[in-house]
Design a protein around this ligand. Structure first.
Ligand SMILES: [Zn+2]
Length: 618
């Protein structure tokens, strides 16, 4: 209401100066969203100056978060905060009143700060606590080099508020500067312009001049070094991982070039990847300018680098054009998977892209099966009100989102679809959008223009998969399936045929074992292909799942599973294995391992596995 009046007054009285103001700080209307206490239409942050000290002894970050704000005559600005200790708050340099509202277990507390209509800057003096959910502090023995401690953050979806008091909604965008003090033997890097060497005093200054959503503010601190791949791409890693990572990701410049050819210029100047210790909960996190990645993609043969294509694609879908709320998460992930497949196709050909797409299709089938009692969660547009947005981070947003876009592409033709997508990214750059706005844009700019009818609403607002879905065929996978079937019948396998298999073919092979495959057959395959000892984490993960499904205990596979679960914290991997234990009524076995492994996991993995296994910590 207030906003509309102000805009009107602006138009009538001061058209020219209003235009000017608009250019500096775009006036926009924010929508109500369930995962932030902020009221950005009253007062919104636009720029963050962060000044913090990272203390590994106490495992606490302390300092100030100071914001420039767009103030719409407000008497209060509300930030999100969770498990933070707020010491004091200033408005334009003078102490001001603040109070923490009631605690909500998902959202934390609203931090309500008294301001005046003319207040332009607020500064919060704060500390993190041992309950922080974004930060994971690692002891030296949890790192690759085992000599120095490590710290990293994970902000998505609503965890940034546990290390910085902030308006933590994806529809809000800020630029930021940061001054970060760390122990002198360590280096700090952020989702910003980064150092390439260590400083003498452990103090680092960062600048992020492009506005990003709060969930994309990230930091990592460790004994790391940098190795460039091209003048705009490179890797950060601990010493013992640096050359391996550099080799694994050496196609990165080609990836960026391919992506630019598809959907326009890379908007963030630098594209680097940091390889984190194995407890990192995700495959990758698309923090702008610096993707955070799990070491489990280092396979030695560049076979799992579609993950980098995925995180790179987020530089357009997600980071440049951002989902307005977590109910619209499919806009981030569905588009990114689609773009990822196109990059992989451009670089490595259709066969590879189709194998990846088929794997995603099988993941989707399993997800649909798992969600058969909650069909609403199989819609693209979600309703996560009152729930943790993490609940929406499953295969639906990714793989159903992909299938929707691929079906759309096949319906309208690739040429038209590519023009549409490129324009979509360009016209929405550095802004947020939601499902409804997307549908309108799609209708106006692709479907109506070309006289095409398409069941968009069914795809987005109905559960399950519509009948007109694109059929993804992979000749390579069909060959793999026939080899599985032959083996089951004959107990024989022609090794010649498997000699040139990619890890994707191995994964497909293992995932397609029939339910009644017996332990002798499992043993035979293990003895022939040494699957229990696979150095490829993806093949190992699906093999362990099958070992549990088929009650196979040969070749010390049980020990291997335990080591894997204790060392790796990637949520997708560990949850797949724990889920297999649970499905096969072996939850007690899972709990024995989980109790040992839990301390090594980041909070997002812990939350998922606690719920899955019904674990309650003492
Ligand atoms: Zn993603």
């Amino acid at each position: 209401m207030k906003k509309a009046l102000l805009l009107l007054g602006c138009v009538i009285l001061l058209f020219s100066s209003c235009q000017k103001a608009k250019k500096q700080t775009p006036l926009m209307t924010y929508i109500e969203e369930p995962h932030s206490f902020a009221k950005p239409n009253e007062a919104v942050i636009t720029h963050l100056d962060l000044d913090i000290k990272v203390d590994f002894d106490t495992e606490i970050i302390s300092g100030t978060a100071s914001y420039l704000i767009n103030n719409n005559d407000a008497s209060e600005i509300i930030l999100d905060s969770k498990f933070l200790e707020i010491e004091k708050v200033q408005a334009d340099g003078t102490d001001t009143n603040f109070k923490l509202g009631a605690f909500d277990s998902q959202l934390g507390n609203p931090l309500k700060i008294a301001i005046k209509p003319e207040t332009k800057r607020i500064t919060v003096f704060y500390k993190t606590t041992d309950k922080t959910e974004a930060l994971q502090w690692l002891k030296p023995q949890q790192t690759a080099d085992k000599a120095q401690p490590f710290l990293f953050t994970q902000g998505q979806a609503i965890l940034t508020r546990t290390w910085i008091p902030i308006q933590d909604s994806p529809q809000i965008r800020v630029t930021y500067n940061a001054k970060v003090a760390v122990p002198a033997q360590l280096m700090a890097v952020m989702s910003a312009e980064n150092p390439k060497t260590k400083t003498a005093d452990g103090v680092y200054n960062f600048k992020m001049t492009q506005p990003i959503s709060p969930y994309l503010i990230a930091i990592a601190v460790g004994d790391i070094a940098y190795k460039p791949i091209s003048n705009r791409t490179g890797v950060y890693a601990e010493k013992s991982m640096l050359d391996k990572a550099h080799f694994e990701f050496s196609d990165m410049e080609n990836m960026v070039a391919s992506a630019e050819k598809l959907y326009g210029k890379y908007a963030w100047e630098q594209f680097d990847v940091i390889v984190l210790p194995p407890s990192f909960p995700f495959g990758g996190m698309e923090n702008p300018r610096l993707t955070f990645a799990t070491p489990t993609v280092i396979a030695g043969d560049k076979s799992l680098t579609s993950l980098i294509a995925h995180e790179l694609a987020h530089s357009w879908s997600g980071n440049l054009v951002t989902n307005a709320t977590w109910d619209d998460f499919w806009l981030n992930e569905g588009f990114t998977v689609y773009f990822e497949m196109r990059i992989m196709e451009a670089l490595y050909g259709k066969d590879r892209a189709n194998m990846l797409a088929r794997i995603g299709r099988q993941d989707l089938e399993e997800e649909l099966e798992g969600l058969k009692d909650s069909p609403n969660d199989t819609k693209l547009k979600l309703d996560l009100n009152g729930r943790n947005p993490d609940d929406g981070m499953n295969s639906i947003a990714y793989d159903k989102g992909y299938l929707f876009l691929r079906t759309l592409e096949e319906t309208v033709g690739r040429e038209k679809f590519d023009v549409f997508l490129k324009n979509y990214f360009e016209s929405h750059a550095f802004s947020t959008t939601n499902t409804e706005k997307f549908i309108k844009y799609l209708n106006e700019n692709l479907l109506e223009k070309n006289g095409i009818t398409f069941n968009t609403e069914e795809w987005i607002y109905q559960p399950g998969i519509p009948e007109n879905q694109a059929i993804i065929v992979s000749d390579k996978f069909e060959q793999v399936e026939s080899i599985v079937q032959d083996f089951v019948k004959t107990n024989n396998i022609d090794q010649e045929k498997t000699n040139n298999w990619t890890p994707q073919e191995w994964v497909h092979f293992v995932r397609n074992f029939p339910e009644d495959m017996n332990t002798e057959q499992m043993q035979l395959l293990d003895n022939t292909f040494n699957l229990t000892n696979s150095n490829n984490s993806y093949i190992a993960m699906v093999w362990y799942e099958q070992a549990i499904n088929h009650d196979y205990h040969g070749n010390n596979v049980d020990e291997k599973i335990e080591t894997f679960l204790t060392e790796v914290g990637r949520r997708w991997y560990v949850s797949t294995i724990y889920k297999a234990f649970k499905r096969n009524n072996k939850t007690d076995d899972a709990l024995v391992i989980y109790k040992k492994a839990r301390n090594n996991y980041h909070s997002v993995t812990v939350n998922t596995i606690d719920a899955m296994l019904g674990f309650v910590s003492e």
